[in-house]
Ligand binder design. Structure first.
Ligand SMILES: [Zn+2]
Length: 201
């Protein structure tokens, strides 16, 4: 049986960090050592920041983005246009679109896509909320920025059908999004180009 190098608290920290995407046990150990070496500069501020986020993080009731206030930073901002709503699958996709810097409207995070295989129906996603937002009169265009997977496109068609009775233009990103590709993995320029070249859905 191997001996534990550090105390149980540190072992637990290493194990928790190792569960994060992109980190394995090896980089987790390196990260923990780096934090402990820089206790005041890194470990203590990080601990406070984690605690703060853990206490305050919630879902933006308007768009589904992550928020720490009543609304997320985008919905709370007076900048940008409220007439365009860009529909994305995940918060990571929203952040990717926003990094692209080509879109100045609002977002709507579905929280996934319809999936017969995984029994995900419309009510499990934020689709009813989207229809309600689109119907409240402020929006003139809904841009579907869903991934080019089969489930993503099935979901896009379903949403377009639901929006059909409303006097609202429904568009989708141009074919810049590769099949099976996820927005989060696209470079920022590609997202911007796909947005500019969007077409009626
Ligand atoms: Zn929001």
């Amino acid at each position: 049986m191997s001996r534990k190098v550090a105390g149980p608290e540190i072992e637990q920290l290493i194990q928790l960090l190792a569960r994060l995407p992109g980190l394995g046990p090896r980089s987790s150990r390196r990260a923990v050592l780096a934090m402990i070496r820089r206790r005041e500069m890194l470990l203590e501020p990080l601990s406070l920041a984690l605690d703060d986020v853990a206490q305050n993080v919630r879902e933006c009731p308007e768009c589904g983005n992550i928020a720490t206030g009543e609304l997320c930073g985008i919905c709370a901002s007076p900048r940008g246009s409220a007439t365009e709503i860009c529909v994305v699958e995940t918060v990571a996709d929203l952040w990717a679109m926003e990094r692209g810097g080509a879109f100045s409207g609002r977002y709507h995070v579905l929280g996934g896509v319809l999936s017969a295989l995984d029994a995900v129906g419309p009510e499990a996603l934020r689709i009813p909320e989207l229809i309600a937002r689109a119907d409240d009169g402020a929006a003139s265009e809904v841009i579907l920025a869903l991934n080019a997977t089969i489930d993503g496109q099935t979901t896009a068609h379903y949403i377009a059908e639901q929006l059909e009775p409303l006097d609202i233009s429904v568009t989708s990103l141009a074919k810049g999004v590769p099949v099976g590709g996820e927005l989060d993995y696209l470079d920022d320029g590609t997202i911007g180009a796909a947005l500019l070249a969007r077409r009626a859905f």
